[in-house]
Structure formats: C-alpha cells, structure tokens
Design a protein around this ligand. Sequence first.
Ligand SMILES: Cc1cc2nc3c(=O)[nH]c(=O)nc-3n(C[C@H](O)[C@H](O)[C@H](O)COP(=O)(O)O)c2cc1C
Length: 182
Amino acid sequence: MSKPQHWLGISGSLRQASCNTGLLRAVAEQLPEGVTFELANLAEVPFFNADLSNRPAAVQTLFDQFARADALVLACPEYNYSLAPALKNAIDWASRYPDNALLNGKPVAICGAGGGMGTSRAQYHLRQVCVYVNLLPLQKPEVFCSAFAGGFDAQGNVVDSKIKGNLDAMAKALHAWVLRLG
Ligand SMILES: Cc1cc2nc3c(=O)[nH]c(=O)nc-3n(C[C@H](O)[C@H](O)[C@H](O)COP(=O)(O)O)c2cc1C
C-alpha cells in the first residue's frame, strides 16, 4: 500500500447550498484508499491586509490546514469570467507565509461548477495564479460542471453520476500525481 495522503478541499463559494462545495463533499465521499480529507471554511477569513500584524484566528486555522495537506482540491466558482475572490484571497494569504512554504510545490486538483462554460474561464485564471505561487496543478482531467443542468440538488449535493465519475477520475489522478511528485 502506498503512503497515506491528506488532502485539503477549498471552495471559493461561501454560500450554504454551494454546488462547488458540493463537488468537494462528493470527492470526500469517494476517496482513493489511504487518503484522508478535510474541508476549509473561508467564511471568517478576512481580506488580506498586510497591516494585520496579529494573524487572525481563521487565517491561522487555514494555515494549519495548508501545512498538514499533501495536496489541495480547489473548487473554483466563476464570477464574472474569473475565480471567486474568496478562493483567491485564501491563496493570497497563504502566499505570504515565510518562504511560500505552504504552497511551494504542492500538488493541486481543480474542479468547478457554474454556467455554460463550466467555470473553465475561471479555472484557467486559477491556473495562472498557480504559476507564481508554484502550486502544481494536475493537467488532466479537467472537471467543468454545469450548476444548472440538474446535476445538483437544492442543497448543492452532486446527484449526477457523470459528475461523480469525473470527480472520481480526478481524485485517482491526484493520488497518482502526489505519488509521482514524491
Ligand atoms: C458575482 C457573480 C458572478 C457570476 N459570474 C459568472 C460567470 O462569469 N460565469 C458563470 O458561469 N457563472 C457566473 N455566475 C453564476 C455562478 O456560476 C453560480 O451562481 C454558481 O452557482 C456559483 O457557485 P456556487 O453554487 O458554488 O455558489 C456568477 C455568480 C455571481 C454571484
């Protein structure tokens, strides 16, 4: 059996019935063997402000989660053709940690649920952000889901077997990606 892996899921949507957070719950329900998973809560994370010299409690919690994660699973809503500010803000905070130690070289899987383009435009912006902070995203599979085609229930849970299958393929590929990167 391969070394255990711990993954951190981060959703860029703060709303209770978020489809993007639903994608992460679906990932957590069908993890590859040997993988554990926790979900970040960005609701209390303030906008990054370099004047906040005492690290806010929610930011410290997030940092602790980043530190113990072998990999990230990012659920990326699309707001006005780009990634949602809560997700960018979480990355911005983490990027200010000394030596970029929370992000540098960390494997990442990206998925998203939104309108007709399935958040693809936002995901490509997120991939650009990954370049500077040296997060290492999986290239394939790309997971672009419609939030408006019956794939989710009213609570944001995934009900569509094709979406579940795509997430399963992504999780298997992330597991292999973590092993490959060592
Ligand atoms: C401010 C804002 C901007 C949005 N812009 C886009 C967009 O550019 N493309 C898109 O596909 N959906 C857009 N949407 C719709 C979101 O895809 C939709 O609200 C989705 O359900 C959000 O994800 P969630 O269910 O995880 O909250 C936008 C929604 C908001 C609130």
